[in-house]
Design a protein around this ligand. Structure first.
Ligand code: MBD
Ligand code: FE
Length: 303
């Protein structure tokens, strides 16, 4: 029976939505009290819009449960599920917009998502050293590593005065090996391989040796990968290098750079590419440890 606008429409009980929203008590966590009505409304509207059945909902519950079961400190499958839905990129964008205040003048390096493979406490290394550990000819990807050896140098600058370098900034870097695996995913790589932290000198400079990054599939042996397959989507990310750049009195920058040679640059499976983060390595002579060069400056906003 249709007595008012909040009763049954198209056979669905809209008052259920209102009841769930109204059930929140007066002492609820303020931020939750603010956002839950919207979450409940969107969730319910979605279920009504697609005519979600119990069987379908059960499949979704199983998927989320499986993500949780699979996650530990080396693998965050739930985060990966969010990533393929664009959610980590979306919240990164929203956060960047929220913190854009008077101090931000738009010149800071754009952020990009952290991803599931960051590790705290990467070794603090002297500038000019290599994050490539124990590279022996026995390694299956030795040839690629030799051909792709790269030197990355640059400065960390402040958006407040970009002519003034920031000294003692920390550049925390990590990337996957040419076999497409991060060190913690691969028992054949030494601990902390392809990870390092570098402190900028008095001119704000950092430098280190690494490898040009290659495209690789996000782990597709778990529920997130199965989901991708069900969507007829590929699991590849374009070759990328992750950074967390931090300095006193500045907003910590989490970002990635993307190698312009990569065929997946326009079709990242986790939607993290931004034009300003696409870089060109240039060939370099006379240094077998660095056949390619990238000069890249990071610009941080003040807090
Ligand atoms: C990655 O290497 C990554 O950086 C992100 C964001 C998601 C999955 C795998
Ligand atoms: Fe990554």
């Amino acid at each position: 029976r249709m007595s008012s606008s909040d009763s049954a429409v198209d056979g669905y009980d809209l008052t259920l939505t209102d009841k769930v929203i109204a059930a929140t008590g007066p002492n609820a966590h303020p931020r939750l009290a603010e956002i839950m009505p919207s979450l409940v409304r969107h969730l319910h509207d979605f279920a009504r819009e697609v005519n979600l059945t119990v069987d379908e909902w059960t499949v979704a519950i199983d998927l989320i449960n499986e993500c949780g079961r699979m996650s530990d400190d080396k693998r965050n499958e739930t985060q990966l599920l969010c990533d393929i839905l664009g959610l980590e990129t979306l919240v990164d964008e929203i956060t960047a917009n929220m913190v854009a205040d008077a101090s931000a003048n738009g010149s800071a390096t754009p952020s990009a998502i952290l991803g599931p493979f960051y590790r705290h406490d990467a070794p603090l290394l002297p500038n000019g050293s290599s994050i490539v550990k124990d590279l022996s000819p026995e390694v299956e990807w030795y040839e690629t590593a030799v051909a792709d050896s790269a030197l990355i140098t640059g400065r960390v600058l402040s958006s407040a005065s970009p002519t003034e370098p920031i000294r003692n900034a920390i550049v925390d870097v990590w990337h996957s090996a040419p076999n497409g695996l991060y060190e913690q995913q691969d028992p054949d790589q030494p601990d902390m391989n392809l990870r390092g932290r570098f402190k900028t000198d008095d001119e704000g400079r950092f430098s280190f040796y690494c490898l040009r990054p290659v495209a690789y599939p996000i782990p597709d042996d778990g529920p997130a990968g199965k989901f991708l397959a069900m969507l007829d989507r590929h699991p590849y990310r374009p070759g990328h290098i992750h950074f967390v750049v931090s300095a006193p009195e500045h907003r910590t920058l989490t970002t990635q750079i993307f190698d312009d040679r990569d065929e997946y640059i326009q079709k990242d499976s986790v939607f993290a590419v931004k034009d300003e983060l696409i870089v060109s390595f240039v060939p370099r002579e006379g240094d077998p440890n660095g056949k390619w060069l990238l000069e890249y400056d990071f610009v941080l906003d003040t807090v």
